[in-house]
Design a protein around this ligand. Structure first.
Ligand SMILES: [Zn+2]
Length: 377
């Protein structure tokens, strides 16, 4: 029978070779999908953003957020191209790029980190690449910039070009003409459209993912149970759709809080909370432990008249790599509505299914007082 189906030996060998090629290819695809799954678990991290496509990034045993302190040596690269010229799009000038990064974004980062992190560096270019493709390979950009600078001397690379806005999540290794470099790379629009886009993508460069909104009623759900989050939906901070400070949870994960600024509420008590924006060594967040290294992060923003509750660090995959920090509504609303309905106001109490009771006792322009009680203690 077999001889009838495979009359010649060469035919059998051909089948065998095709089968081996199939196995090898299938193995590679499988491996790739495992890597993506790992990224979704937050074990290895992926990247993302505005169009937010995926770029692979370093894999680590922990999340990609690392403490980031001190001066970030930052290289800004301007890349003009035939694509921009033929579409009548004007690349940002050197002066405006310098202002956008080293004045405005630097001020934002410095303020958010309470002076713990800042950016210093230079702007190179504009270089010209003769291509009608808006996407430009990293290696092309490194090749051009390496003519003017030593790429190994930078922690952050920021590119203004036709490439759509996105960033690596944290730093990763790159092969450059100067050798193996380790930095974050973030792409910005060619224009001087700064503010939200720069603080969002730079947040990714620092290792932050998106701020989502938990779409389940946390009064009746344990925080670990909820797996539904609207991606990049946080209305207050740049990792969502806001323009205020990064959330307290991300600041904590990035190491910007001193022990006095991030208080862990282990016992029943009244805890003081200062506005997140105030540059002082007072408490900027209260972390209420939920077990499994998960916390409610309480933060108090100005000019809002109540306290916000977030759940973190909890990776829920989604657009642009997903979210690690999630706002939720203490009233149990599962849709984002008016943002003022998301604060827990003076006199209001939130009780969750873990038996944790959080009440806002007082709130004025300088502080809020919050009562935390563990009913099952
Ligand atoms: Zn993003």
């Amino acid at each position: 029978m077999i001889r009838q189906v495979y009359p010649d030996r060469w035919f059998a060998w051909t089948i065998a070779v095709i089968f081996i090629i199939f196995l090898v290819t299938w193995g590679a695809v499988e491996r790739y999908s495992i890597e993506l799954d790992a990224a979704n678990d937050g074990v290895a991290t992926a990247i993302l953003t505005s169009t937010e496509s995926q770029i692979s990034s370093e894999s680590e045993s922990t999340r990609n957020i690392k403490p980031t302190f001190g001066i970030q040596r930052t290289l800004v690269v301007l890349v003009n191209s035939s694509y921009l010229v033929s579409h009548n799009l004007r690349l940002i000038s050197k002066e405006r790029a310098r202002d956008a990064v080293f004045n405005r974004t630097n001020a934002f980062i410095s303020e958010n980190s309470y002076g713990k992190t800042s950016m210093k560096g230079r702007v190179v270019g504009p270089y010209f690449i003769d291509t009608n493709d808006p996407e430009i390979d990293n290696s092309k950009i490194f090749e051009l910039a390496a003519k003017d600078v030593d790429l190994l001397k930078y922690d952050r690379v920021i590119v203004f070009s036709s490439v759509s806005s996105r960033s690596t999540v944290g730093k990763q290794k790159f092969t450059t003409p100067d050798g193996e470099a380790y930095f974050s790379i973030m792409y910005n629009d060619y224009t001087d459209d700064v503010g939200y886009p720069l603080s969002h993508e730079f947040g990714h460069s620092l290792g932050m993912m998106h701020t989502g909104f938990l779409r389940c009623d946390m009064r009746n759900t344990r925080a670990n149970d909820c797996q539904i989050s609207s991606e990049a939906a946080g209305p207050f901070d740049p990792m969502g759709v806001g323009t205020g400070h990064y959330t307290a949870a991300y600041k904590d994960l990035i190491g910007w809080f001193s022990p006095q600024q991030a208080i862990i509420a282990k016992n029943n008590g009244i805890y003081r909370l200062e506005p997140l924006e105030t540059n002082s060594n007072g408490p900027k967040t209260i972390k209420v432990p939920l077990g499994d290294n998960l916390y409610y992060y309480l933060e108090y923003r100005q000019p809002y008249d109540g306290v916000l509750l977030y759940v973190s660090p909890k990776h829920i995959s989604g657009w642009g790599g997903g979210s690690e920090v999630h706002l939720f509504n203490p009233r149990g609303q599962t849709e984002l509505e008016l943002i003022t309905t998301h604060t827990l106001k003076v006199g209001e109490t939130f009780t969750d299914s873990n038996g944790i009771k959080i009440s806002v006792v007082k709130a004025n322009s300088v502080r809020a007082s919050v009562s935390v009680r563990f009913l099952k203690q």
